[in-house]
Design a protein around this ligand. Structure first.
Ligand SMILES: C[S@@+](CC[C@H](N)C(=O)[O-])C[C@H]1O[C@@H](n2cnc3c(N)ncnc32)[C@H](O)[C@@H]1O
Length: 252
């Protein structure tokens, strides 16, 4: 995207620009643009202008899948929702806002967030790409995902029943409650956490439950696609791939 100095929206906070430029960001009656704008600041998430739009489109797709699932649950059932790869809580906060919008008074019960809070782990061979010189190397993010459970707890302070699990995937998955899951968001970039999270949750999904992989189409993090496809092939499962690069499995 080309940035111009005379853009009339320059000077506004980035998330506000996104909300203003995407007035059609209503998803199932829920204003994703507003929720996104109301989540960037409390989480202290820094995004480039280009990332704002990419993230917003992905979050719109995520909310669509999430709401589709939540609406099918009886109102007396606690929605069981997990996210692996939380960083500062941006998508987690939008998820919480989108659930609370259909479940007035919901304060985070059943929402489980999993992260090392130490950034990405060591890359596997599957996480490397040809850097153009014939050498393979693994990409990292400039921020390396600096965060902490306290940052996320504070960003989700209006959802105090949210559970935060701090540690490395796969080991930390043993910390999760033994429940059937309705909706799972995988957003960990790397091969091992995507592969092992998918294998873990596939064995524990409620009928009709949905698992979304944020990074399936990423050119920079091929391991997220390789790990997902390996487990999917083992289970003989179809999936849907979206224009945003996300992929989703709906479990029968
Ligand atoms: C792309 S960020 C998540 C972005 C977040 N969902 C958001 O909306 O801003 C990836 C996160 O995955 C976490 N992560 C990556 N590999 C992990 C692993 N093996 N175990 C636990 N956390 C991991 C990193 O710490 C980082 O916070």
């Amino acid at each position: 995207m080309v940035e111009t100095s005379n853009d009339p929206l320059d000077g506004l906070p980035r998330a506000e620009q996104a909300a203003i430029q995407l007035p059609e960001s209503l998803v199932d009656g829920f204003d994703v643009g507003r929720a996104f704008a109301a989540s960037v600041q409390p989480t202290g998430t820094t995004l480039s202008r280009e990332q704002v739009f990419k993230r917003l489109l992905k979050i719109g797709q995520l909310v669509k899948l999430l709401r589709g699932r939540i609406r099918h649950l009886g109102v007396d059932l606690t929605p069981m929702i997990a996210e692996t790869g939380v960083w500062r809580g941006l998508s987690a906060r939008v998820i919480a806002l989108a659930v609370a919008d259909v479940r007035p008074g919901w304060t985070g019960a059943g929402l489980h967030l999993v992260d090392s809070f130490e950034g990405l782990g060591a890359p596997s061979t599957e996480d490397t790409v040809d850097d153009g010189t014939g050498e393979r190397r693994a990409f990292s993010h400039a921020t390396n995902f600096e965060s902490s459970p306290d940052v996320v707890r504070s960003a989700l302070s209006d959802f105090p029943e949210t559970s935060i699990h701090t540690g490395w995937i796969p080991e930390i998955l043993a910390d999760l409650p033994d429940r059937k899951w309705d909706f799972v968001h995988l957003d960990t970039d790397h091969y091992i956490p995507v592969r092992d999270s998918l294998a873990y949750f596939l064995d524990r999904m409620a009928p009709g439950g949905v698992i979304v992989n944020d990074d399936y189409g990423s050119n920079f993090f091929p391991g997220a696609r390789i790990g997902w496809d390996e487990v999917r092939a083992r289970h003989g499962l179809a999936h849907e791939v979206f224009e945003t690069g996300q992929a989703a499995i709906t479990v029968d």
